[in-house]
Design a protein around this ligand. Sequence first.
Ligand code: PLP
Length: 453
Amino acid sequence: MQYVSTRGQSDPLSFTKAVATGLAPDGGLYVPMDLPDLRPFLKDWEGLGYADLCEEFFKLFATDLDPVVLKQCVRDAYLDFSHPDTAPLKTLEKGLHVLELFHGPTLAFKDFALQLLGNLYEAQIQRTGNPINVLGATSGDTGAAAIHGLLGKEGVNIFILYPRGGVSALQERQMTCTRADNVYAIGIDGTFDDAQNSIKEVFGDLEFRHSAHLSAVNSINLARVLAQCVYYIYAFFRLPEEERENLTFVVPTGNFGNVLAGWWTQKMGLPVKGFHIATNQNDILYRLFTTGKYEVHSVHPSSAPSMDIQIASNFERFLYFHEGQDPARVREIMSQFRDSGQYTFADFNRDTFSASRATDADIQAHIRDIHEQYGYVLDPHTACGFQNLPESGTRVVLGTADPAKFPETIELSIGEHPKSPRLEELKAIEPCSYVLEPDPESVKKFIHEHITS
Ligand SMILES: *Cc1c(COP(=O)(O)O)cnc(C)c1O
């Protein structure tokens, strides 16, 4: 299997090369040259456990990776999940389920992709003998999940910048209480954008980037999207036979990564009727899927902070298939969008998508209602999924985080303070963090000092 750039001006790459490269040199994102047909396999996959299913799925994509290495990477990725089903399906009532994707080490769904990506990086380091130093900025969940994906791995250091005071206390603890000596969680005096900008400049210094073996951690890595495909297939098999028709996945989304993965499985032949895109008040995707106009507004912080995003970085992968796999069209649309902050589709095909947006007040109301009706506690991101829930057929809402990660909003909604044993354990560990000014020279100096010592 080969992977091509959505902008069509970079050479196709194999799986391992595309994973190691991240962003394509032409600025595009890697996508499979053609999506395979899963239908011949579905019967055989029905009874598989999570890691086995993931392995079978990846065999179709990671065609240049040694199958023994693949097996090991996949197996190890899901060992540290605390639920025996890895991604359990909780039934609220017939036809309404929550797919719980938060039993991994950092209690949010990003662990599904980043645990595996960490293992793929480690395998790459062992294969090539080249150490790497991963650098990223985070507003919370991604940084914690990336750190836990790379914790203690041979040949890799990870440097994560976060805004001091701009992430929750628990998220900060997840990044700073790791006891691993290859992890550098760096609080900066500034905003997430300041962190992001200084990192861009560090990567822009090509000489430093090469001498320090820098690699990015970001939401656009191909392996992340593929890893997220697996739980859609797994969830389908967990449904009773009579509930598999008319199936809609409801996906709380920001970067379009999670819902893109589901849509790909549908294109590969998983019999899903549709996808419901659930945004918070940062509603660029809601507006696109209801009006056909893609237009950036400014970000308004919400109580579902991991979805406080305006430019959905994985959207370009959707666009590529929406435009009939025509990279020239992708380049044209992306450049117009970059120049004017908007693009209006003359013929936007909503395909199988519907959409809704939830305000902070809606989020609290859903947490309260679902708790009253079913005794089940939603996290604020998952709660967005209950806004204008499709009324008919089977609905599977993706549960993206453990409510214990966002205790303030839960407390406001239902007067209870949710706890998680994993988060309680963190309180006994001494945090280890560093503080820097958000300027690129300080960041480079810090990295240099810590990789040569
Ligand atoms: C990252 C995140 C999301 C949004 O996922 P996308 O892939 O950006 O759509 C939703 N909920 C939680 C808890 C997250 O951490």
